[in-house]
Write a protein that binds this ligand. Structure first.
Ligand code: AMP
Ligand code: GLY
Length: 437
């Protein structure tokens, strides 16, 4: 079968990598993809948001399944448009994607469904929002309602910071229309974990647990990023808690969405805070997480295409999903300066040496081919022909028998890779070490 993966980051490389292992798949296309993806899929220069072009491509090439990586095309209704033309697609509908598109929509659904989550107030008027934050204890969390590439949440430590956050979102309009409304939420204290589930509209199967590292610096300091690393499993989520997540989060949300005529099909990602008084949902995403996917899929034994088809066909209750016992750690290698401004076009070396290590996979995110050089030499993926083209450049994943082995292997692999101003966190997965005894 022919598969099209939409997107260009580390998550999409992990999806293409896993899909390429399916004996049912004869050809993979990726739109637009990146340098690493081009080793295992044909990359086509169509942007992930260009729905009409993607449809034309899928029709022309008779694609059997299209898998959507990022949230933006989903919130624009790519799944609905594909389905209208009888093209099979993996990802939720436009209506269902509101769970990520609007934090206020997600909060309302959670409250209606009785899902544990933080208390909040919603504002459309910035003066009222400022008056409110001034009257509240700090820290407090200010969230733009809409999509803001992971940057629309500000955890304010002082009242001044809280006022600045409201002004940034509602007056300076830093995130444009995403800041028409804001949500001001109580600050929850605890350890975070991500739990993703495959959903078929009626039932769901949770994946193995994982934990992301959102802040740029070690010790979770500094600005939030798209994610600087991840590990799986996340020992903060024990078996009992996993049962609670199923019964108090996924089942009620799936039921509520169905009841509202927005049946949820695809991957549902619950971002959780494990507090002293139990778990609370911070957010939902309507897709695989990045970089969580880079630690989850290397642990998946089952054919991903089979699972995706079960979701589309409403047959997840017949599916059996198997996972490897091993631990996975992914260290994200970024361009110095990220999440602020950074230079692109830096030559990357050592990827091959890193990949030669056992149980190491190097997922590309912001990489591109140095076209001039590859045309001259005709060796597109040769050493030195890959250059940086984004903030998060690579996700270096290692599998190990335990967390310590996986950490050591991942950092050994990162040590082989070089480019000018390369930056990575040195403490990925250290949080998991405290559970060892
Ligand atoms: P979100 O996009 O809602 O997951 O928020 C991004 C990050 O902000 C989360 O991963 C948390 O680290 C932090 N965050 C969001 N909501 C809260 C909250 N209510 N209390 C504490 N931290 C939060
Ligand atoms: N890792 C966070 C996200 O994918 O949104």
């Amino acid at each position: 079968m022919k598969v099209l993966v939409v997107g260009s980051g580390g998550r999409e490389h992990a999806l293409v990598w896993k899909i390429s292992q399916s004996s049912r798949v004869s050809k993979i296309y990726c739109a637009p993809g990146n340098a690493g993806i081009s080793k295992m899929a044909e990359c086509i220069s169509i942007k992930a948001e260009n729905i009409s072009k993607l449809i034309r491509f899928a029709e022309e090439k008779e694609i059997d399944l299209t898998v959507i990586g990022p949230e933006v095309p989903l919130t624009k209704g790519i799944a609905d448009e594909f389905e209208k033309r009888n093209l099979r697609v993996f990802g939720p509908s436009k209506d269902a994607s509101q769970l990520e598109e609007s934090k206020i929509f997600a909060k309302e659904i959670m409250l209606e469904a009785g899902v544990p989550t933080g208390k909040c107030e919603i504002f459309e008027d910035h003066d009222k929002a400022i008056q409110y934050v001034k009257s509240q204890p700090v820290p407090i969390v200010v969230k733009a309602d809409g999509l803001a590439a992971g940057k629309g949440v500000i955890v304010a430590k002082t009242k001044e910071e809280a006022v600045e956050a409201v002004e940034l979102i509602m007056v300076k309009r830093e995130f444009g229309k995403a800041g028409d409304k804001i949500m001001i939420e109580e600050c929850l204290v605890g350890e975070e974990a991500s739990i993703l589930a495959f959903c078929d509209g009626e039932s769901f199967i949770p994946m193995v647990t994982s934990q992301d590292h959102k802040a740029i610096y070690d010790g979770d300091k500094g600005l939030n990023t798209g994610g600087m690393g991840a590990y799986s499993p996340a020992p903060v989520v024990n078996e009992d808690m996993m049962k609670t997540v199923s019964s108090q989060v996924f089942q009620p949300i799936i039921n509520k969405m169905k009841e509202k005529g927005m049946s949820y099909k695809g991957v549902l990602y619950a971002g959780l805070m494990i507090t002293e008084s139990g778990l609370k949902v911070l957010e939902f995403n309507v897709r695989f997480g990045d970089p969580e996917t880079q630690v989850i899929l290397p642990r998946l034994k089952t054919d991903l295409i089979d699972i995706m088809e079960s979701c589309i066909d409403g047959k997840l209750n017949e599916a059996c999903i198997e996972w490897k016992d091993e631990t996975a750690v992914c260290v994200v290698v970024a361009s110095g300066g990220y999440p602020g401004s950074y230079k692109k076009g830096e030559k990357i070396t050592g990827i091959k040496q890193a990949e030669e290590l056992r149980d190491v996979i190097v997922f590309h995110a912001g990489t591109a081919l140095n076209r001039e050089k590859s045309l001259v030499r005709g060796t597109a993926l040769a050493e030195g022909n890959i250059v940086t083209s984004g903030g998060r450049v690579l996700g270096v994943t290692a599998l190990g028998a335990n967390i310590e082995q996986a950490i050591n292997k991942a950092y050994e692999a990162v040590g082989k890779i070089h480019f000018n101003k390369m930056y990575f966190r040195k403490d990925i997965a250290d949080k998991a070490l405290k559970y060892l005894c």
